[in-house]
Ligand binder design. Sequence first.
Ligand code: FMN
Length: 352
Amino acid sequence: MSPVNIGNVQIEHPFTQAALSGYSDLPMRRIARRYGASYTLNEVVLDKMVLQKGKGQKRILTKIEPQDQPVGGQLMGSDPDQFAPAARLLADAGYNVIDINFGCPVRKVLGRCRGGFLLSQPKQALDIVRRVVDAVAHDVPVTVKMRRGLDDTPESERNFFAILDGAFEAGVSGVTVHGRTVEQRYVGPSRWEFLSKVKRHVGEGLVFGSGDLFTAQSCIDMMNETGVDGVTIARGAIGNPWIFGECVALATNAPLPDPPSIADQRECIEAHFTESRAHHGDGLAGRLMRKFGIKYSELHPCKKDVRNAFIAVKTPDEFIEVTAHWYNPETDWPTVTRHNGKGDLVAAGAVS
Ligand SMILES: Cc1cc2nc3c(=O)[nH]c(=O)nc-3n(C[C@H](O)[C@H](O)[C@H](O)COP(=O)(O)O)c2cc1C
């Protein structure tokens, strides 16, 4: 397991936290890092939100503390005149890498010619890439996040490779490829064979793989099967930050750690909640942590009950009560299971 260089930014190992809209805020990124992620990405932000003076801009451009680095700032937009200055502002705020989003499949985003839509517009996409590289690349590396195409047509694939080649020619330091099409959204598998093809095509160029990474073993398998240089863990890390440490253990031939005990889970959820409250205030933290609680519940031996308890939470105090009750290490719980992101039991371990 070697460090990975994203341009001049070295990350300790190849197991990274993906950009996740609605999730990978500062609190989630801190938790991911605490449990072993080498690098994290923010939830995507719109270029115009970065440029528009106001509360939103202030929140996005809050100075990144050294302990929260290395971190990538992901941007989405359609107009190079806005994209480039927004990238510069993110770099000035302390984001160590600028990541350009050419993957978002949300209908509203596509309708506004952003995200995944740009995979069908190589000229415009590459205009954005060149302008962003010009704006920041003398000090901050630029990467691109892509799906494997807009759809399954040969034209989509040609466009993908035109953007891929053009981006490396323009000076990007790496790409992340999600092996689903934009049209596919999240239906059906991520095509890992396509990642192999991309890696063979770019040779030395840095490629991170994405898609269907729900266990540490799947991360190792993706790297071995496709040759990608690293992985970005997305849904598999929501409510399961232990996945990063498990990846490191597998990659270094160390024994896989036991699944997190009830006490471990409680410590993590409480730390996450504390971070979220400090960062967002009680109202938003309560709403966000309800979502996370539902995901954390998948590791609990009584996951259905815990899930329902988190769903019913309405206030921060109720969140604390649910956590204290369901994660009481003194209770005689059934065996703890390992999370696989799909609700299946993968392995069992001791409770204490
Ligand atoms: C709720 C959610 C939010 C996401 N937000 C982003 C985002 O902001 N930027 C991005 O590049 N990808 C985003 N993605 C895509 C993921 O980073 C990842 O590429 C995708 O989920 C495939 O990986 P998985 O199958 O292992 O989850 C998001 C995915 C989900 C499920």
